[in-house]
Design a protein around this ligand. Sequence first.
Ligand code: PMP
Length: 401
Amino acid sequence: MSKKPIHRVSTRLAAITPSATLAIDAKGKALKAAGEPVINFAPGEPNFDTPANIVDAALVATKDPTSYRYTPGDGLLALREAVAQKVGVFGDAVPSANDVLITNGGKQAVYQACAAIIDVGDEVLLPAPYWTTYPETIKLAGGVPVPVVADITSDYKVTVEALEAARTDKTIALVFCSPSNPTGAVYSPEEVKAIGEWALENGIWVLSDDIYEALAYDGVEVVPMYRAVPEIADQLIVLNGVAKSYAMTGWRVGWMVGPADVIKAAGALQSHLTSNVNNIAQKAALEALTGPQEAVGEMREAFDRRRKLIVSMLQEIEAFDTPMPQGAFYVYSSVEGALGKEINGRVANTSSELADLILDEALVAVVPGEAFGTPGYIRLSYAVFDEDLVEGISRLQALFA
Ligand code: PMP
């Protein structure tokens, strides 16, 4: 009997590139599980424990039978109010709980924001190097990501001129992430203002990913878009969460803040997709936002110390060009100087090949710039223990000596 061939993976999903950062992380972890002393600079998560007051709040919530039920799909009212309060003033008003949607991590906020505003064929400007999830999410929503590259010569920051050159009559949105993953670049208050005013003038949405807002160093000020340009509130969606500021990656609590019509549409999508975020995790996130904040500063100090250490060690590698990042917990090195050269009898012609070579020859996991739309670079996360940091970068120094 002949069998009718079955339609398999949809064109839409077949076009998705799996997360390269997760792939490298998995390869590093597999080698480690096999007994290899791998040092992993790939993952984007703080290596601190979640602060005790937050864990305690979750323990209390676990014993509270009200936690065993669904919360409203949009999230617990108290948590939405706490997020609104944290934002403070949004445009000319204080946001209410109706302007906030609690999501399953910042990632779901990114996905739902794209789904809420993008129509088929809409173009979204995407400053590159970009977080690897953005282009896939834009494409899933039917949009066209338009990378606007800002390389090491422009401190990894796009200008209004570059954005304007990429703008067409199909441009509907700009993704903005400061401090940035993967570069750690932080836009100055003046730069945020200039970009916000340009977006406002041109009727362009800004998807402002503020997830690293608590992590800036050297006294650098992080000014959110809604503060720099309050008038933009009606075309701004803020994406954020507890993952990076409170060492809560595994808890999966994020949020989006924006105009009520968009939040309502995204909430309708979420009501069919995941419903509410884990009730206990929401109560933990409420404690994170409303409880003592000392731990945030302590973690920032530890990151700052490691930032200086890793950059000073990387700067000793001549084949790399490593600028000092001002925020987040990533370093983004240009590795052009290492390409096409013989290293341990092997030659890497791309940063992707170089990342493989580094993993094989030094047992050090780094993410190649290909994952962020800019080949020729590697990203290292310094959310690792000090001794691992020193050991890992010493191995790179020896490999490239
Ligand atoms: N935005 C950026 C720029 C990120 O780097 C991440 C995490 N890698 C997120 C959003 C999402 O974080 P989460 O889903 O863990 O809250």
